[in-house]
Write a protein that binds this ligand. Sequence first.
Ligand SMILES: Cc1cc2nc3c(=O)[nH]c(=O)nc-3n(C[C@H](O)[C@H](O)[C@H](O)COP(=O)(O)OP(=O)(O)OC[C@H]3O[C@@H](n4cnc5c(N)ncnc54)[C@H](O)[C@@H]3O)c2cc1C
Length: 382
Amino acid sequence: MSAYADKPTDFADWLKDKTRAEPTAFATRRRYGAYIQDVLKRTQRGAMFGGGVKRERGEAVACRAGSGWWNVTLDSGKIIEANGVVLALGNQPVSQPVVFADAGVPVLSPWDAKDLQRIGRGDVLLLGAGLTMIDVALSLASRSKTGTIYALSRRGQTPRMHLDPPRPPPPTPLQLPTNLSDALHEFRREACEMAERGEPWQLAVDRMRSVTPSLWRALSTEQQRRFLRHLRVWWDVHRHRAAPEISERAQALQSEGKLKVLAGEIISAEKKGRLVEIYHRQRGSMVRHRIEVAAIVNCTGSNLDLTRSTEPLIQQMLTEGLARAHPTGLGFELDENARILDARGQTHGSLYAIGPITVGSFWESTAVPEIRARAAAIAQMF
Ligand SMILES: Cc1cc2nc3c(=O)[nH]c(=O)nc-3n(C[C@H](O)[C@H](O)[C@H](O)COP(=O)(O)OP(=O)(O)OC[C@H]3O[C@@H](n4cnc5c(N)ncnc54)[C@H](O)[C@@H]3O)c2cc1C
């Protein structure tokens, strides 16, 4: 989790200095945020005699090409001129599921702490069963007024657990064929062989990590879509794992019956006074089940379908043809160096993207090890 690819122990050293934690410890996100702030301060100090880092508060609402530079317009009307632009917009706000929007039932954001605190007495429904669900479930479970927490997703699969203590994967990456079915077959064979040798399955997944972007780019759009339809859920729960302590706490909630993970879909929602009546169907069954909850929280993750984005900057860039969405619908379409492709499939000098909005182009691109490597590579290109 170091911010620097060439200084892999930077975060571990910082953490040890602040908390005496061992390098294999799992740190909280709050701590990690403090570390990133510190990295930025160090960079600002170090850059005093160089180019410098200037922070600007505002929302970028448009990005247009000038003659030889870029003009980025802020919501204040101010225009920033730049030789290069890197879109690091992060996770995009989730869109509301139609069944709730049509019924006029509010759905809360998992990142709005005030809204979560205001949830009244009763059961709660969390949409999604991934890491965000676990986060919200643990926070809500600590309040005495929370009843049963339901987590509902199509498959009801939850994130598996990280190795404790964590171990680096074997140094040789797993080379897989560039056809989806063959790659899956080969991966399974390799994982079985590792299991026979007594090695944990987590290492098989981690051995793929460095080669995932090139494998993903070698797949046809049709194969990428097939992966998203059939394998994504399995990928997500094995690749995006929970820290052991967090995973154990979530499992304890499930054993106590406080957290119930459901596989299925919502059929209807209706407001009944301060509660919401919900009918849902279990996967593979036609039987309807009724629950009544005090609140619904959308933990389904980032909305990476940029064609449905309501963000002014994204809308402007797509409408004016400066960028185009990836054919899978996930994020922008980029060349192999993370340059944004325009509507005609051409790149325009130094216009880059990084992080979650590059998922369609590189797949493995949302976590710190990939982001720091990409950031360093983009910096080299200026
Ligand atoms: C529950 C959860 C757990 C995770 N756990 C891990 C983990 O253990 N390890 C790991 O490596 N990763 C983890 N991740 C992923 C990681 O947190 C994110 O992918 C990463 O923070 C993305 O970094 P970023 O800088 O690209 O975007 P962000 O950190 O999301 O930052 C984007 C910034 O851009 C700003 N912005 C957006 N649009 C505009 C605009 N138009 N104008 C101006 N500013 C704008 C936003 O306000 C924000 O400040 C996790 C994610 C989640 C949701």
